[in-house]
Design a protein around this ligand. Structure first.
Ligand code: BES
Ligand code: ZN
Ligand code: ZN
Length: 492
């Protein structure tokens, strides 16, 4: 699909007119009535601009105009969701040419508008054999035109380029997240990263099982030992131009670590089967990290980024790690495995350890679909944010509000460390108590951060896959990429 920016609506194809509930609504409907040759009273009667409300009006030659309601005071995420829903539900009916009239709005909405429209073309049916009837608008012949105020054209071009870059990366991540474990192994993530690095000019190194053994990433290896597919550690590094000449410019280095469990059975502490199939998406942290590296490289952000993804399956087998086993992490610290289903924190221990031994990030952020407990606390509306650094907390939370990928700060008081003290090893991976599970998990991770002054942990278990218009089961959201790109654009 080709996307362009114009200032005057041209009378071709379908036109979408977003409408917000405000004092200006009656005048806006009068205007639209005049443009469409309709008595405004009809529009006043039939369209209230409620969120997701759609009124399709036909011109004399069958041309369609959609009035689309945005309720009161829509935020970025509302623009994205409402448009995604409309385009998803209408995609088979849309003309090849669609315009959207943004002339009444501030330029800040262009990015979520484009992300929403492109998002509406997503199709979960990757493995269906009947591929007939693809939506023409989302194909090669599709044309989208954004009508913006004349003085907003330059900014709109910029936002459009950014949104297209993010949308395409995010879509690849959705496919990876939604891929089942018989189509996706740690090596699949590694291959994706290597290809992306070659394409967009950043370095990717893969540590295979032999290398992990040689270098002693015992925590990651312990989770993978019950699985037939070998584990990997993906190390990606994006350097903006000039980073090798520090005197010219002090470049901030941000380290990102993401949980890449390609399937989580729970291991010997096996999960119940009701929702186990969803555990193919237990690599939402990895998707956020890999997607952010690619998007940052595409956008040439002036930040030095390191992305590390420990990736493995968590399976059951005679060789699986058993409850009570003690394993030695890359940092040399020992972990008593109380519950093999608390595997995310164990592999992250090695991801964090590897990051800290080989790189010196100014800021260190890990993302993981880590605990059911964070869902009990926050539901599906925010990810848990854990950090001792108030400035970092504010910066991340603000990026969360701007993008609608919301974060809510949770405590990290030392009282919670009592619960993960082990009798036999340096630390244990589960408190054994049915309380404060997301916090004791965060305290476990903190133990492997070596007192890094700007570390944050994001528990994205409730946000990485969710109910969407794309299907009847929870599916991937791509959470984290927009959040981190916004954070990086604003702090460096
Ligand atoms: N991958 C799960 C967490 C999860 C749960 C993600 C639901 C998304 C949706 C994680 O590995 C896990 O199993 N955590 C356990 C830890 C417990 C055994 C200490 C949990 O939260 O129940
Ligand atoms: Zn688990
Ligand atoms: Zn898991």
């Amino acid at each position: 699909m080709l996307i362009s920016i114009e200032t005057q609506p041209a009378p071709a194809g379908d036109l979408i007119i977003p409408v917000v509930q405000s004092g200006a609504l009656p005048d806006q409907l009068n205007d639209v009535g005049q443009r469409l040759n309709l008595p405004p009273s009809v529009l006043h009667r039939d369209f209230k601009a409620d969120t997701n409300e759609v009124l399709a009006v036909y011109g004399p030659d069958g041309q369609r105009t959609y009035l689309l309601g945005f309720g009161t005071n829509p935020q970025a995420m509302d623009w994205l969701r409402i448009l995604r829903k409309l385009f998803f539900s209408q995609k088979s009916k849309l003309s090849n040419r669609v315009g959207i009239d943004l002339s009444a709005f501030d330029g800040g909405i262009v990015e979520p508008v484009v992300l929403g429209i492109l998002g509406g073309g997503y199709d979960l049916g990757l493995y269906k054999t009947d591929k007939t009837d693809p939506a023409a608008f989302f194909g090669e012949d599709g044309q989208l035109t954004l009508y913006v105020p004349a003085d907003g054209q330059v900014a709109a071009q910029d936002a459009l380029a950014r949104a297209e870059a993010i949308a395409r990366t995010q879509r690849e991540m959705l496919d990876l997240m939604n891929a089942p474990a018989n189509y996706k192994t740690p090596q699949t993530l590694a291959n994706w990263a290597v290809n992306s690095g070659q394409r967009y000019g950043y370095d990717v190194t893969i540590l295979d099982k032999v290398e992990l053994e040689r270098q002693g990433l015992g925590a990651l290896l312990s989770v993978s030992q019950g699985s037939d597919v070998p584990p990997v550690l993906i190390v990606a590094e994006y350097k903006p131009e000039g980073v090798d000449n520090p005197p010219e410019r002090r470049t901030v280095t941000v380290g990102l670590v993401g949980k890449g469990v390609t399937f989580d059975t729970g291991g010997v502490s096996i999960k119940t089967s009701a929702n186990m199939h969803l555990m193919k998406s237990d690599m939402g942290g990895a998707a956020a990290v890999l997607g952010t590296l690619e998007a940052a490289a595409k956008l040439k952000l002036p930040v030095h980024l390191i992305g590390i993804v420990p990736s493995t399956e968590n399976s059951t087998d005679g060789r699986s790690t058993k409850p009570g086993d003690v394993v030695t992490a890359y940092s040399g610290k020992t972990i008593e495995i109380i519950d093999t289903d608390a595997e995310g924190r164990v592999i992250l221990a090695d991801g964090l350890g590897y990051m800290l031994r080989h790189f010196q990030p100014d800021v260190l952020i890990d993302l993981a679909t880590l605990t059911g407990s964070v869902i009990a606390a926050l539901g599906y509306h925010a990810a848990g944010l854990f950090t001792q650094n108030d400035e970092l907390a504010t910066q991340l939370a603000e990026a969360g509000s701007r993008t609608g990928e919301r974060l809510w700060r949770m405590p990290l008081w030392d009282d919670y460390s009592e619960d993960i003290k082990s009798d036999v090893a340096d630390v244990k991976n589960f408190s054994g108590k049915p309380v404060a599970g997301s916090i004791s998990a965060a305290k476990f991770l903190e133990f492997f951060t070596e007192g890094h002054p700007a570390w944050a942990h994001l528990d994205i278990a409730g946000m990485a896959f969710a109910d969407t218009e794309f299907g009847s089961q929870k599916n991937a959201t791509g959470f984290g990429i927009r959040l981190l790109i916004d954070y990086l654009r604003n702090v460096v």
